[in-house]
Write a protein that binds this ligand. Sequence first.
Ligand code: CA
Length: 247
Amino acid sequence: MKSSTKRILLVEDDHGIRRELLQSLGSDSYSVQACCTSKDAQESLENGDYDLVLLDLGLPDGDGIEICKWLRAAGNTTPIIIITARDAVESRIEGLNAGADDYVVKPFQIGEVIARMQSVLRRASGTTLSGRIALGDLWADSEARKSGRTDREFQLKPREFDLLFFLLQNPGRAWTREQLLARVWGPDFEGDGRTVDLHVRRLRQKIEDDASDPRFIETVWGIGYRMSDSPLTGEHAKEGSEAVSES
Ligand code: CA
């Protein structure tokens, strides 16, 4: 990622959250402009140039999802992270499918927001990973098209490898089944979410210690899947219990 200051548009009508984000991000060398209505957000996006948009979904004069759709329909690819209430699983999935790059759930830790922002900005700057990627003892090599854990090499079918490598490029990020289909299988593939489920099931059998208790490829209830960003620390146990209470 370039070291220059990143320009952030923060769209959030909750005064407390807005102030907290402005303070934290400002002191973390981001240049943040804030607005609190859908109308102001659209005006800012029409007139300004931003590296990233933090977008609340529940705005007094509209729905943040409409801003996502509007921006993408205009061909604007500025990364968007949506900020959403924890019970609104459907708006999260709708937001991702409307073109948002990621989401954070209220109430959130500032550290989590910053980690998501860094990850999205890194991807947007074109620093996609190729070659060999490792996560814990799991590794994959896109040039040799080989993967494994420590010295044990997996026997993956081509699409299983593609899915694994794609997920490994974005640890911690949740994807909907539609997004995985579009990005791993390609926009012309005529399949549905069950194709993704089937491949995830097969991958887990090959890469996980216990496919019924996956540490790497986590199910994000109501959304889809994500590669854990801390597969070996037991973090998933916390996520798991949260997911159960949410389902
Ligand atoms: Ca709101």
